[in-house]
Every structure is written in C-alpha cells, then in structure tokens.
Design a protein around this ligand. Structure first.
Ligand code: KG4
Ligand code: ZN
Length: 361
C-alpha cells in the first residue's frame, strides 16, 4: 500500500517508434510496459513518421490499462503525469502529450513535460543515484552529446554531433551489411564474435572541441565493405549473427572499437575541462552496446570515477526513464501548465517549467 506521501509518477514515452508507459515512486521503478513498432518500420528501412503516430494512437490506451492492472495501483493513486515533450517526431510526441494532458486534467494532478534526452541520462539513476556534478554521454539514434549535469534540472550541453548520430552510423553500416533496421544490436552481437583487425581512423578527433562527426567513419567503413567484402555471400536480411562470415564479424568489431575509442577521446577531453566531476553517466540506445560499455568502464576505472548506466533494456526509448525524470522534477516542485508545447527534433527545448516552492505531495 502507498503511504499518502508516496509520489507515484506515470511516465509516457512516444517520441519515436516505441510506445511505453511506466510507474515510478520512492521505491523506484514499479511497473513498465512497452509496445515496439520496430518490426513495422523495418519493412521500410527506417521509421515512417505517419505510421509511427498512428501506431502510438492505437496502443497507448490499452498500454495504460495494462500498466495500471499489472501494477496493482489505482488511477487515483497517481500524483503526477510526466511525458516526453521532445525532441522527437512531432506527430508521435503529440499522441503522448495529448494523452498526458487528458489524464492530468481529468485527475487534477500536475503535468510535467520531460526533455527526452535528459530522461535518457537520468535513467542511470534508477540503478544507483547519480553523484553530481556528472559528465553525461548520450549516444542514441538521433543524438551523440556530452553534458555536464549539475542536478536533475540543470544540464549544460558541452558537445554534440555535427552530422550523423552514433546510432545512425551503426544503423547505416548494419544496413549496408544486410541487417534489418535498427541494426545497432546486430552489429554489436557480430562484433562480439570478431576481432578488431581493421584499422579505421578515429573520426573528428584532431581538434580541441567536444563535438562528434560520424559521417566520415560511415563512408570509410562502407567503402571498405564495397572494396573488400562485397563478394562474401551470406543469408540476407541478416536476422541472426551465427550465419555471418568471420570477416564480417571482424569488420563489426573494428568499427565498434573505433566508435568506442572516439567516445573515450571526447570524454577524456571533457573530463580535463571539468575536473570537479564526481561520476560518469552513459545512456541512450547505443549505451546498450557491449564494447562501448566495456571500454567506458575501463576509462572510468582509470579515472577512479563511478560509471552509471541504465541496464541494457532501459537504454533504448522507454517509459521508465520518463517516469523517473518526472518523479525527480516533481520532487523539486516543478510542473507545466496544460498549454505545454511539444517540441520536434531540431528546436531547442525551452526551460519553461513552473516551480511550486512546496513541491508536489
Ligand atoms: O535511444 P534510442 O532508443 O532512440 C533514440 O532516441 O534515438 O536509440 C536507438 C539507437 C538505434 O540507432 C539503435 O541501432 C541503437 O540505438 N542501438 C545500438 C544497440 N542497441 C540499440 N547500437 C549499438 N549497439 C547496441 N547494442
Ligand atoms: Zn531516445
């Protein structure tokens, strides 16, 4: 049974192609449901925005009912509704935001529009609390960024991708190898069966900034495949890495290693500029990658800093990270009015939260 002080927060995620809802309170993550559309979009080689928003609309109500039924909680126990308000696909975000507004209005409880990118990083705190200030590396399908995190409501962007995001680079190389979208996870599995025998050069590191650029690496790797591996035959589309020739696994291991090394170089530089940092956070879909997790763990150990990462299943888009970010922000007394705006990819998320000095109870 919840005590009256329990801050039960519902989180809603619908920014891309996962519809997901979760409940978080003082005990942590209570319940989590997710409907993925990846099989549908795989048919088109990428997310089709119009289809994505229709699918969100089709699933969101049923998922909400299932979440409440599975959690054993009643709707009246909800104390706050958090929703990804951007960045993402506008039509997809609107489905989650409209659903959240309806619930907040109907239940007369606070609404919180969560920055999807901050939520990815904050999700690491579901494993063990983030020690601030932290350096956060977000590597996902749409973003590769480094943040200085001072508290759950204070993020400073230190570096970002100038072109392809890290996950996009995985997906494009995977696509060239005949793997189904999104192929990061298959490239990761193939890499674990291979050795980094091919020397690709680290992209965009001969500068003094914290930005990333992965499009050159993508061209380099695809060029190598065309020149050296095009003759290899194996079943396509690749659904399972068992059937891949060793040369492909070695290519994946080499590519994966270069990505991990590039992230480490930029993180090392960020650390040199932020010597007061107390912990490192790795999040976003690409944070599920075994090579990257391993190389970042070594890096953190060498610097005697704790490395916090969401568990692999909470690295890709999910409602738990939104519920947890909402929970933390509600604890600090924040909320949004029902006029909360939805922010598509490419537009800056405004800092327009309202603060009630007494917090939410
Ligand atoms: O964070 P996310 O679910 O969605 C965005 O907000 O972008 O990230 C999805 C991205 C995709 O590009 C996917 O291929 C990549 O994360 N990804 C991985 C792995 N699992 C997912 N990339 C490398 N290794 C993985 N294990
Ligand atoms: Zn995401």
């Amino acid at each position: 049974m919840s005590t009256p002080a329990s801050l039960l927060c519902l989180g809603i995620e619908s920014s891309c192609d996962e519809t997901s809802l979760a409940l978080v309170d003082e005990q942590g993550l209570l319940c989590h449901v997710l409907a993925s559309q990846s099989d549908l979009h795989a048919l088109f080689g990428g997310v089709v925005p119009e289809l994505a928003s229709r699918e969100h609309l089709r699933f969101i109500g049923t998922l909400f009912d299932e979440l409440i039924a599975r959690s054993g909680k009643s709707i009246d126990e909800l104390r706050c509704i958090a929703v990804s308000r951007g960045p993402g696909l506008l039509g997809s975000l609107l489905v989650g935001v409209a659903f959240a507004k309806g619930l907040a209005l109907g239940l007369n409880i606070p609404l919180l529009g969560v920055n999807h990118l901050h939520a990815h990083l904050l999700a690491a705190g579901l494993e063990s609390p983030i020690v601030y200030p932290a350096l956060g590396l977000l590597a996902s399908g749409g973003h590769s960024s480094i943040y200085r995190m001072t508290s759950p409501d204070e993020f400073l962007l230190l570096g970002r991708t100038l072109d392809d995001a890290c996950g996009e680079c995985f997906d494009k190389v995977g696509n060239h190898l005949g793997m189904r979208y999104p192929s990061g996870v298959l490239v990761d599995r193939a890499a674990q069966r291979g050795k980094p025998t091919i020397r690709f050069s680290l992209p965009y590191v001969h500068n003094d900034n914290l930005d990333f650029s992965f499009s050159g690496l993508k061209t380099q790797v695809i060029g190598y495949i065309e020149e050296h591996l095009a003759e290899l035959s194996y079943p396509k589309p690749v659904r399972d890495v068992q059937s891949l020739p060793q040369e492909i696994c070695d290519l994946c291991a080499s590519f994966n290693h270069v990505i991990a090394q590039t992230l480490v170089v930029k993180l090392e530089r960020a650390l040199a500029q932020n010597r007061d940092v107390q912990s490192l956070v790795l999040a976003g879909g690409v944070a599920a990658n075994a090579t990257i997790r391993g190389e970042l763990a070594d890096f953190a150990k060498a610097h005697e800093l704790p490395l916090l990462m969401p568990k692999a299943s909470l690295c890709t888009d999910n409602g738990a990270m939104v519920a947890y970010a909402g929970f933390l922000l509600a604890k600090l007394g924040y909320s949004h009015p029902l006029s909360l705006e939805t922010i598509p990819r490419g537009r800056l998320i405004p800092n327009d939260m309202q603060r009630n000095p007494h917090g939410v109870s």
